[in-house]
Write a new protein. Structure first.
Length: 292
């Protein structure tokens, strides 16, 4: 699906770096960054059923206004998007494919809702009110990382190395310091669009609105499907067993350190410090056993 300049929400970046498989569902980690506000970086966790509910709510809402080209075009874009079907068997390969599909879906949705394109009250402010809670309810602040980005002369892929400033963990998806932290192709496209729209008053207002509303904790019936725990609340297994259920998305560092970080953001009873201590204790015990 092609995204025009007018349909792009420049500066609002959403992506899914990881998922957590549980017996009854899969939890997807969504990262959000708004580039005009360094503190406006957070993650939320959502189930597949919540993505689906959001899609259905958006389509029902857009049906309220007949005759608006913006509503019709947005509804067509959402309805025609190849939304991933339900799946009873969830292999890591299937989860990664679903991550790609759901990520594309929310990028289309954000692009339509927060673009600088003229809109009526329904496909403008009304749609934004429907979409916002999905991206901020249960938000967790992102740990900031520094990035070392190297571009291979013969390839459009980025080679990313990121080190956290807290604990020395390697990661390439715990934060988005800029759009460059995504694939080079996406970065290049967003840079072109940004140059065309960076001075747009409407665009600045949309981003400020997204940030402002994202700090609001109000609840309403339209977003009641987001109520409840935003993390996995299952009984706590060992760290090693829990890490087996963390699936890192394609294009991100599939390392034990990254899985540890993601586990701490998606499972209620796991804190990163506790995970590190348990892993260190396990290594020490194993080493002592070898010496004996």
């Amino acid at each position: 699906m092609q995204t025009s300049i007018a349909d792009a929400a420049v500066g609002i970046v959403v992506f899914i770096p990881a998922a957590l498989k549980r017996p009854s569902h899969t939890l997807y980690c969504i990262c959000v960054k708004v580039d005009d506000a360094p503190i406006a970086e957070w993650t939320v966790n959502r189930r597949y059923s919540q993505f689906l509910e959001l899609r259905e709510k958006v389509l029902r809402f857009l049906e309220r206004t007949q005759g608006c080209p913006g509503c019709a075009n947005t509804a067509l874009a959402i309805a025609s998007f190849p939304f991933p079907p339900k799946a009873w068997f969830r292999t890591n390969k299937l989860v990664r494919q679903r991550v790609r599909d759901l990520q594309s879906f929310i990028q289309v949705l954000i692009g339509r809702a927060f673009s600088a394109k003229p809109k009526c009250n329904t496909c403008g402010a009304g749609l934004q009110n429907i979409v916002r809670p999905f991206f901020y309810r249960g938000a967790q602040p992102i740990h900031r990382h520094s990035s070392i980005v190297r571009r291979d002369a013969d390839d459009d892929d980025l080679m990313l190395t990121q080190r956290t400033k807290n604990g020395g963990l390697d990661s390439d998806c715990s934060t988005m310091n800029s759009a460059k932290d995504m694939s080079y192709a996406v970065s290049k496209r967003r840079t072109r669009i940004s140059k065309s729209l960076s001075d747009s008053k409407t665009l600045r207002q949309a981003k400020c609105s997204f940030i402002k509303e994202s700090t609001c904790q109000q609840h309403d019936h339209e977003s009641s499907y987001l109520d409840g725990a935003s993390k996995c609340t299952d009984a706590r297994p060992s760290v090693l067993d829990a890490l087996k259920d963390v699936v890192i998305a394609d294009g991100f560092a599939n390392t034990k350190q990254e899985k540890m970080y993601r586990l701490s953001t998606m499972w209620e009873t796991f804190e990163l410090d506790d995970i590190q201590r348990e892993m260190a204790s396990g290594r020490a015990t194993k080493a002592a056993g070898i010496l004996i």
